[in-house]
Design a protein around this ligand. Structure first.
Ligand code: G3P
Ligand code: MG
Length: 234
């Protein structure tokens, strides 16, 4: 079973920062997950929340701020003083980093931009992912079925992961087929062994979030889960 560093090594460093991704090198972790949003001036940045409030010393929506504005904020001190000075990370920086270290990556499409801006977002993601070395394995995931479907039409060769929050819907196979998903990414809190067997029997692979306990991880491995997202991959 693979272990995917959730937002980088987010138990030990502020999530989605250079520090959190950098720790992967020391810990010999080779899969990471990150969340992609877009600034008001169309730059792709890595941040989980739609607002900067929780993980920086600023406030407001990511998509209402320019990249230059976001780069002035501190994204480390909220986690620990030793990380003061961490800046927002661009997707471009991470792509170079992944290529340098031959990492594998799950990009989560996480944006609230709509309409034309959403099309622009997808196009920018598409352009950026073309720069990844062929050696990296890539998954693109989202909770947003429509966004995922549009992405899959744009870049059909990249495997898709369908993220599910809460209980697995009864029509999960139908939805997976609609978006062309290779993977289902269910919420561990609601997942049962029967559901994993059901998904596997339909040819889907299962990557579960967020698993931070060893005994739980061992159980999921016995169930046949392909990968877990974890804040403690080491
Ligand atoms: O992709 C797995 C996990 O990151 C999904 O939930 O809210 O942490 O982005 P969230
Ligand atoms: Mg995520």
């Amino acid at each position: 079973m693979k272990k995917i560093a959730h937002r980088g090594i987010s138990a030990q460093a502020p999530e989605n920062t250079r520090a959190a991704f950098g720790k992967m090198v020391d810990l010999s972790v080779d899969w990471l997950e990150t969340d992609i949003d877009m600034t008001s001036d169309g730059q792709l940045v890595l941040i989980h929340d739609s607002k900067v409030d929780r993980t920086s010393n600023g406030n407001g929506m990511v998509n209402h701020n320019s990249l230059l504005g976001l780069q002035k904020l501190d994204f480390g001190q909220w986690f620990d003083d030793q990380y003061t000075g961490e800046r927002i990370v661009t997707l471009q920086w991470l792509i170079n980093f992944i290529n340098d270290h031959e990492f594998n990556v799950n990009f989560e499409l996480k944006t609230e931009v709509k309409d034309e801006q959403q099309n622009f977002y997808l196009m920018r993601v598409h352009q950026a992912l073309h720069q990844l070395n062929q050696t990296s394995q890539v998954i693109v995931s989202s909770f947003d079925v429509d966004l995922l479907k549009k992405y899959h039409e744009l870049m059909p060769k990249i495997p898709i992961g369908l993220l599910i929050e809460g209980k697995l819907p009864t029509n999960i196979i139908e939805v997976a087929q609609t978006v062309g998903a290779t993977y289902i990414h269910p919420d561990v809190s609601y997942l049962t062994e029967d559901q994993v067997k059901f998904l596997l029997s339909h040819g889907l692979k299962v990557n579960v979030w967020t698993v931070n306990e060893a005994l739980l991880a061992e159980k999921l491995q016995r169930w046949g889960v392909h990968a877990i997202f974890t804040d403690f991959p080491a």
